[in-house]
Design a protein around this ligand. Structure first.
Ligand code: B1M
Length: 213
């Protein structure tokens, strides 16, 4: 791996947001591809923190400051990853499901959707089925994107699907699901429309749905 990407990963793990920003900018100036900086610098650092968190080598405060550094780095990359579409190709509502506060992956999905020219209504974290439903109706959205990072909260996605069914609106939106514990078979079992493993594939799938509308 290139030295600067390793440095980005290390400073991210140490939660050094200003240094991460500076290095991401430097990597861009050196002509390194933004997706490479994201995957091999920022996300690789976050992966290492995740492993350490799992093994009780670091704890919530360290993970939080690493997440803050991650967001700072993504902020610098955003204009390079998102080429603003002139005309909106469709509308998506996005959020992290009820009980779940993880938003880094959700923010990446949002960014990639915007990069494909979709209008995105971001409901943030801890979003209930009713909030997803109300926002979809108010904004006339074609797509609802649910993110979950916990095995305990992913089941909330079933409530989202069921809520749209109860309200008689299930056929007018595509419900997309994703996040680390989510799988294709889970998606099938709750009756959602689409599972994708990463943010870029989510954006591709969302665009296809909008084009088919
Ligand atoms: Co938490 N956490 N966390 N955490 N955290 C995990 C998820 C965990 C796997 C860590 C571990 O034990 N190894 C574990 C979950 C275990 C499980 O359920 N199986 C865990 C736990 C247990 C917890 C707490 C319960 C800890 C505690 O308090 N005891 C607590 C829960 C709080 C809550 O939500 N109610 C908690 C808290 C936190 C912090 C607040 C400290 C912080 C979140 C900060 C924030 O998001 N602003 C945090 C973090 C950062 C993590 C890890 C380290 C990193 C998550 C992350 O951002 N990854 C994580 C360990 C890990 O994943 N390695 C962990 C990077 C991000 C880009 O990936 O979100 O997966 P991800 O998104 C990917 C794909 O999944 C996909 O696209 C992205 C990549 O392109 N994707 C979609 C995501 N959403 C999608 C939607 C789509 C399609 C694709 O379509 C709609």
């Amino acid at each position: 791996m290139m030295a600067i990407l390793e440095e980005i990963s290390t400073f991210l793990q140490n939660g050094r947001a200003p240094k991460v920003k500076e290095l991401v900018q430097q990597a861009l100036d050196e002509g390194i591809d933004p997706a490479t900086i994201l995957n091999e610098g920022l996300l690789s650092g976050m992966d290492i923190i995740g492993e350490k968190f799992k093994n009780n080598e670091v704890f919530v405060p360290e993970v939080l400051i690493a997440a803050r550094a991650m967001n700072a780095g993504v902020g610098i990359l955003k204009p390079y990853l998102v080429s603003a579409g002139v005309e909106s190709k469709g509308t998506a509502v996005i959020g992290t499901v009820k009980g779940d506060l993880h938003d880094i992956g959700k923010n990446l999905v949002k960014m990639m959707l915007e990069g494909k020219g979709l209008t995105v209504v971001d409901l943030g974290v801890d979003v209930s089925a009713e909030q997803f439903y109300n926002a979809a109706v108010e904004n006339n959205a074609q797509i609802v994107c649910c993110s979950a990072l916990l095995t305990t909260t992913m089941n909330e996605m079933k409530n989202v699907v069921d809520y749209f069914t109860e309200k008689g609106k299930r056929d007018s939106v595509k419900i997309m699901v994703g996040g680390a514990p989510v799988t294709q078979s889970f998606c099938d079992s709750i009756g959602a429309d689409c599972y994708t493993a990463d943010a870029a594939s989510a954006a591709d799938a969302a665009l296809k749905f909008c084009q088919a509308c």
